[in-house]
Ligand binder design. Structure first.
Ligand code: FAD
Ligand code: NAI
Length: 467
């Protein structure tokens, strides 16, 4: 048994590795245990980073194929080297995972590889791939074990024809026809990748609208119409009930309007959500119960029902986002150390990296109406923004919702070029309790896409200057 650690973190995803670093900065002796060969969790290895690498590459392919000519750039015929694209994605992932290993070393964090099981509140045992078991003694434990894809009953993943997001990042050839179950973030991001590379993409969704009908309605409607123009087909109000593979073709069965339908494709991507991952974690050894969906409940300090055992990230209730997991990790270890770290769940941005990007923060119009909050709406379209025109990327708008009386920004919803970067200003505004007037009176460089944010803030008071 090694010396006693102040904190053993289980899981090295964005929640676990960032919490480890912050804890080390605060003077704690930290160990982080990861069951996979590389650090970085879902996000770095099979999530955010590889999906964004493929989105970037496929967007460049689509731009070279369709958009360069209108800029006067003539390149002849465009070829796809998928092998190179996948290799580049791997390089990006490898560099990111190596970056975490470097950060562990820099911050004197002891990293261990193997499956961690909580033996008691002060002991974590590690089962290594080599069959050897070791134990870590610790004052506190932080569970950051993340999530894994939900599987649908009646659909067995075979990792070739029927895949989850991990498999859909690895297709070795562009499928002629890709069917996606679920018009959520994964379905639309990865559906976009393969549609841009030439696949016919059909998305079968249970709800009546994309994103589980949970986002700002105008945003969802606008996004769906743009995706349809890009060639993605949607089948709504359809519940998938099964899928089978025969002679290299997948047949997917779904119910719609009380009738059973089938659809044939070359590949099937199941993107119906993710669930918390607590397999063989040993929660029963410390009497820690999950809620009925499998999440680990925590208090405002991210402490579980068992004293000295904490949890953050995808494994606790709430949105499953990398930056939220990081934020919770920092707040958790700061509170352990007597610092008032906190997470403002109303100020967490949510970004979908399709083209155009979709980004939101705070409340939607529907939520405000349901809450009986009086609000004003300021909206500005990218077609009236000079930079968007220069980019040739004019679809979408910025929408700001501000309190009717105080003018405080309550929510912001953007669809358009670089929406994921533009939302940062509005997330800061929500965090600082800023008013639309504060944004409207701040100088925004010209010509930038950020001017559309300023104009939307001006629009809250009915005084846009460029529309
Ligand atoms: P994870 O990243 O899941 O890390 C948990 C780690 O714990 C894993 O490495 C796992 O192996 C390890 N582990 C589990 N159990 C044990 C054990 N018993 N012993 C040792 N190790 C263990 N979010 C965004 O914000 N932006 C995006 O663009 C984005 N894109 C995504 C794209 C895809 C395709 C997917 C699947 C997800 C995406 N997400 C994105 C979600 C994001 O990846 C997660 O919200 C985030 O990774 C959660 O971080 P975490 O630290 O809680 O858990
Ligand atoms: P999701 O919850 O976003 O979407 C799942 C969709 O599948 C829903 O619209 C749901 O109605 C539908 N569905 C469920 N069962 C169905 C059935 N039987 N038939 C038809 N449709 C069905 O989940 P998704 O896309 O799998 O993503 C999981 C999580 O990963 C997200 O919640 C998100 O937090 C995270 N993620 C974040 C990204 C980002 O921030 N850019 C990118 C990718 C994932």
């Amino acid at each position: 048994m090694s010396d006693t650690y102040d904190l053993v973190v289980i899981g090295s995803g964005p929640g676990g590795y960032i919490a480890s670093i912050r804890a080390a900065q605060l003077g704690m002796k930290v160990a982080c245990v990861e069951r996979y060969a590389t650090y970085g969790g879902t996000c770095l290895n099979v999530g955010c980073i590889p999906s964004k690498a493929m989105l970037e590459s496929s967007e460049r392919f689509a731009a070279a194929s369709h958009d360069f000519a209108q800029h006067g750039v003539e390149i002849g015929s465009v070829g796809l080297n998928l092998e190179r694209m996948l290799a580049r994605k791997k390089e990006v992932v490898d560099a990111s995972a190596a970056g975490v290993a470097y950060l562990f070393k820099k911050n004197k964090i002891d990293g261990f590889h193997g499956h961690a099981t909580i033996k008691d509140v002060n002991t974590v045992s590690i089962a290594g791939d080599d069959g050897k078991t070791s134990e870590l003694s610790t004052k506190r434990i932080l569970i950051a074990t993340g999530s894994k894809p939900i599987q649908l009953s009646g659909i067995a993943l075979d990792k070739e024809y029927i895949v989850d997001s991990t498999g859909a990042l690895e297709f070795q050839a562009v499928p002629e026809h890709l069917v996606v179950i679920g018009a959520g973030v994964i379905g639309l991001e990865l559906g976009s990748v393969w549609a841009r590379l030439g696949a016919k993409v059909t998305v079968v969704e249970y709800m009546h609208e994309i994103f589980g009908a949970r986002m700002d309605e105008e945003l969802m409607r606008t996004a769906r119409k743009i995706f349809e123009k890009q060639g993605i087909e949607f089948v709504f109000k359809a519940r998938v009930t099964g899928a089978s593979v025969k002679d290299g073709k997948v047949t997917t069965t779904y119910e719609q309007d009380g009738k059973e339908h089938t659809i044939e494709s070359d590949r099937l991507l199941v993107g119906v959500g993710r669930k918390p991952y607590t397999d063989k974690l040993g929660l029963e050894n410390i009497g820690l119960e999950t809620n009925k969906w499998g999440f680990i409940p925590v208090d405002a300090h991210y402490e579980t029902a068992v004293k000295g055992v904490y949890a953050i990230g995808d494994v606790i209730p709430g949105p499953m986002l990398a930056h939220l997991a990081e934020h919770e990790g920092v707040a958790c270890v700061e509170r352990i150390n007597g610092i008032a770290g906190h997470v403002n769940y109303d100020a967490i941005p949510d970004v979908v990296y399709t083209h155009p990007e979709i980004a939101t923060v705070g409340k939607t119009e529907t939520q405000l109406k349901e809450g009986g909050v009086a609000f004003k709406v300021g909206k500005f379209p990218f077609r009236a923004n000079g930079r968007a025109r220069a980019l040739g990327d004019m679809d979408g708008f910025v929408k700001i919702l501000a309190h009717e009386k105080t003018d405080r920004i309550l929510g912001a919803h953007i669809i358009g070029p670089r929406a994921g970067d533009l939302i940062a200003e509005l997330a800061v505004a929500v965090e600082f309790g800023a008013s639309a007037e504060d944004i409207a009176r701040s100088s925004h460089a010209h010509p930038t896409l950020a001017e559309a944010v300023k104009e939307a803030a001006l629009a809250v008071d009915g005084r846009t200057l460029n529309l």
